[in-house]
Write a protein that binds this ligand. Structure first.
Ligand SMILES: *Cc1c(COP(=O)(O)O)cnc(C)c1O
Length: 350
């Protein structure tokens, strides 16, 4: 049985004797070696961390389990978040299971179908606003100050605490930190959390080194790269469609302290990495997840020396979250009569 994040990494988490050790089986996700891309770009070892294997299909569960445990410990009755989809799916699942009402504010445009289905299935109260994710987060900040409702966006520090456990797992699996960690950047909580995790593990003597943190935003939603708030962020990758990241400073610190980079990739580059992951690695991540791989392909082309280096790309969420994009960009299936000759011909068997 899976221990869950709270039990497995309790000595690194803000746990007291009163914290309920809840779990839905989050964490302990696969770190799988690349079959093709590693050779193509000529890097030493390339791994993908499959965060889509978490209970609600994204890394958000690692932070949510801690945020919800602390909310329960503190006597909270309700939790609230703004979301591009995955935070609400995760909050709704943990809220439902551990007895908290879940309130969600989402931007009307562009919440992926699978994520909305999840929040509905877990019984959250969902409000869809005519505004962006950043507008939704401002409303959540205001409402949770006014009412006794716990905010579970990554401005809640317990979220970051839980999410840092993915860095621990990578070091535990590889025996030390990789040379580079590639990760998509939206609200920038996750890059902040990983960096915190790598630093804490090094301080605890679990690793000798820390990785260069390589964060990637989508070109149409790249506030950190451009150094300014983006009023109307645009990208196919809805999970990173964010114009004013809450953890902006954390991301910049991760970049600068680690000797890494924060750069952007175009939607074309994201979708090309998304296809490559599916069709040549057997990994179906959601579009935002492919930004990490698109970033790796980009810096390899630009000539970053990767020979002999250990590299990890974070695949942040499952491709099933966003079936519309998957179907939209693919060749539709061939439609044929139920006839063996027609099928043989179509498949090129004869
Ligand atoms: C939330 C999310 C991101 C972005 O993470 P931040 O912490 O907001 O930077 C990327 N990919 C997926 C699948 C997500 O759910």
């Amino acid at each position: 049985m899976k221990q869950g994040v709270l039990l497995r990494y309790r000595q690194f988490l803000p746990i007291t004797p009163k914290t309920p050790m809840i779990t839905l089986g989050e964490g302990d996700t696969p770190l799988v070696r690349s079959q093709r891309l590693e050779k193509e770009i000529g890097c030493g070892e390339l791994y993908f961390k499959l965060e889509g294997c978490n209970p609600t299909g994204s890394f958000k569960d690692r932070g949510m389990v801690v945020a919800v445990a602390k909310a329960v410990e503190g006597g909270s009755r309700a939790i609230m978040c703004a979301s591009t989809g995955n935070t609400s799916a995760s909050a709704a699942a943990y809220g439902a299971r551990f007895g908290l009402e879940t309130l969600v504010i989402v931007p009307r445009a562009g919440i992926a179908l699978g994520k909305l289905a999840q929040a509905l299935a877990y019984g959250a109260k969902i409000i869809s606003i005519d505004g962006s994710f950043d507008d939704a987060l401002s409303l959540v900040r205001a409402l949770t100050q006014r009412y006794p409702i716990t905010v579970v966006n990554s401005i809640n520090p317990h979220r970051i605490e839980g999410q840092k456990t993915a860095a621990f797992e990578i070091v535990d699996a590889l025996g030390d930190a990789p040379d580079y960690l590639f990760i998509p950047v939206g609200n920038a909580g996750n890059i902040t959390a990983y960096w915190k995790g790598f630093l804490e593990y090094q301080r605890a003597g679990r690793s000798k080194s820390t990785p260069g943190m390589m964060g990637f935003q989508a070109e149409g939603a790249a506030p950190i790269v451009q150094g300014r708030v983006i009023e109307e962020p645009r990208t196919v990758a809805s999970a990173i469609r964010i114009g004013n990241p809450a953890s902006w400073k954390g991301a910049v610190a991760a970049r600068d302290e680690s000797g890494g980079r924060i750069d952007s990739v175009s939607d074309e580059e994201i979708l090309s990495a998304y296809r490559l992951l599916g069709s040549s690695e057997g990994i179906f991540g959601e579009p935002a997840s492919a930004a990490s791989v698109a970033g790796l392909v980009k810096v390899a082309r630009q000539g970053l020396e990767l020979k002999g280096k250990k590299v990890v790309c974070i695949i942040t969420g499952s491709g099933l979250k966003d079936p519309d994009t998957a179907v939209e960009i693919a060749q539709p299936p061939a439609e044929l009569p139920a006839d063996i000759a027609a099928i043989e011909k179509s498949l090129g068997l004869v």
